[in-house]
Write a protein that binds this ligand. Structure first.
Ligand SMILES: Cc1cc2nc3c(=O)[nH]c(=O)nc-3n(C[C@H](O)[C@H](O)[C@H](O)COP(=O)(O)OP(=O)(O)OC[C@H]3O[C@@H](n4cnc5c(N)ncnc54)[C@H](O)[C@@H]3O)c2cc1C
Length: 447
């Protein structure tokens, strides 16, 4: 740990912490600090909390800024909810994982039986319908290879290469591994980090059966964390400022003392947490000589988009499970938002890069509608559709990415980092964001 100068920052409350950014990482850090009696001020540039996982209204319809998937293995998120006094049942419905991959040519599906982990996965794979016996056997062997803690620990080849070396043919890669890799890492197989993929699969499938359950929010994402966290912070005396953008850092005598906002206001604190997306963090630290190494890491991180199409059908249109996979076209996963309280609303997710990101909205919406009409010929045409494109939805989780991910201590004394891009071992997820925020808070408390 760097040798931090002790003593309070003039004008700041002794022991106070400033958190910049009210996404899930910043909220997790702020709540954890607040629970331990720390005076917290949180600044958020947007008019609402939640960052990339926030609710929004589309012509009066409450949806999220892109469809999100949460699983039982999100222990950080679940523990944070417990700390906020929220029972899991209040915000989520649990559904055992079922992979139902639709295709006109070769659909397949997998159910996980009620057996202890990892037997449930082994039995599920052996019984998968639509995969031939050779494919099932090879997929099983691959899972065993990834399950070994040493798998790709010392090196981190592209996942596509690792799969080829482990006998996973073209068809298996396209039908099984590519959809999973895009869903988990938002990164195409050919580029993806084998190490992060293995860590994620181990977390979801190896420890407890319930870790692989889907956690489907009962409403929008705001009700899961941002709203309860805001109430908690306000009840416990924290200051939350919305529409308050940090424009530059206040650094003097080599230590971080706070920020100046776009309105020219100064916020000072003993400790400052930058809970920002990597590009914004980069903008703030760019000119600090002490941050040269961090700057190089952040400059090398690339980003990947996610597009979500929301479609409104008559309320009777529904799926018999919360989500299905789509193998034949551009759309990759279809979610029935009826399970989150809005019957008739379907969300189609397209993860990762591709030319569609630059298409006009109308063209993308038409394409998705046509694809759904092929998969579900009995459905009436949708009454309306909306496209949400997040060009920087996550960092690109490419092989070797772990070397680019910083820890919670910033190179500036009294400065800290939180965010889904930190070195949690997880891909850019809500779980990674919350873990980083809690780790950061505990590191500050440990001082
Ligand atoms: C469309 C989409 C789909 C996704 N799907 C999933 C999924 O299925 N499952 C999953 O687990 N994860 C998913 N993710 C990823 C997940 O949303 C992110 O990993 C997570 O929300 C990141 O949280 P964060 O707090 O690290 O960053 P952010 O959410 O980006 O929070 C940073 C906050 O800082 C604020 N800010 C920025 N600059 C400033 C400034 N100068 N001053 C003050 N505030 C500032 C921003 O407004 C923002 O609120 C998805 C993301 C997207 C976009």
């Amino acid at each position: 740990m760097p040798g931090y100068a002790q003593g309070s920052v003039p004008g700041s409350v002794p022991g106070s912490v400033l958190v910049i950014g009210g996404g899930w990482a910043g909220l997790a850090a702020a709540v954890t600090l607040c629970r331990h009696g720390v005076a917290v001020t949180l600044l958020e540039a947007a008019p609402r909390l939640g960052g990339r996982a926030r609710a929004l209204a589309l012509d009066g319809l409450r949806v999220d800024n892109g469809q999100h998937l949460l699983v039982g293995a999100y222990h950080g998120v679940r523990e944070l909810l417990v700390e906020l006094g929220i029972s899991e049942d209040r915000v989520f419905r649990r559904h055992p994982l079922r992979l139902d991959m639709r295709s006109a040519q070769r659909p397949w599906r997998l159910r996980l039986p009620r057996l202890p982990a990892p037997l449930h996965l082994l039995a599920g794979l052996l019984g998968a319908r639509g995969l031939d016996p050779g494919e099932r056997y090879r997929a099983l062997r691959l899972c065993l290879a990834l399950a070994r803690p040493r798998a790709a620990r010392d090196e981190d080849p592209p996942l596509g290469e690792f799969l080829r070396d482990h006998g996973q043919g073209e068809a298996l890669q396209q039908r099984l591994w590519e959809p999973l890799c895009l869903a988990l890492l938002n990164t195409p197989l050919a580029l993806a980090s084998t190490r992060v993929f293995a860590t994620t699969l181990r977390a979801v499938f190896l420890h407890r059966r319930r870790d692989s359950d889907l956690l489907i929010p009962r409403g929008d994402l705001d009700a899961v964390l941002p709203a309860p966290a805001r109430d908690f912070l306000q009840r416990h005396g924290a200051t939350v400022r919305l529409r308050c953008r940090a424009r530059r850092l206040l650094v003097s005598q080599g230590r971080l003392r706070g920020v100046v906002t776009a309105d020219g206001e100064q916020y000072l604190a003993e400790e400052t947490v930058l809970a920002l997306p990597p590009a914004e963090c980069l903008r703030l630290i760019r000119d600090e000589p002490a941050c040269a190494g961090l700057r190089r890491q952040l400059e090398a991180l690339r980003h990947a988009p996610i597009c979500t199409a929301y479609l409104r059908y008559p309320p009777g249109v529904h799926l018999d499970q919360p989500m299905v996979g789509l193998l034949d076209g551009l759309g990759q996963w279809l979610f029935d938002r009826g399970y989150s309280g809005t019957p008739g609303i379907m969300a189609v997710v397209i993860s990762g890069p591709g030319p569609h990101v630059a298409w006009p909205r109308a063209r993308l919406a038409r394409r998705i509608q046509e694809e759904l009409a092929d998969y579900f010929p009995r459905w009436p045409p949708p009454e309306r559709s909306w496209i949400i494109r997040e060009k920087r939805a996550t960092f690109l989780c490419q092989h070797g990415v772990e070397e680019l991910r910083p820890g919670v201590r910033s190179p500036l004394p009294h400065g800290w980092l939180a965010g889904d891009y930190l070195d949690t071992g997880y891909p850019a997820t809500l779980e990674g964001a919350v873990r980083s925020g809690r780790q950061c808070a505990h590191a500050i408390l440990a001082r």
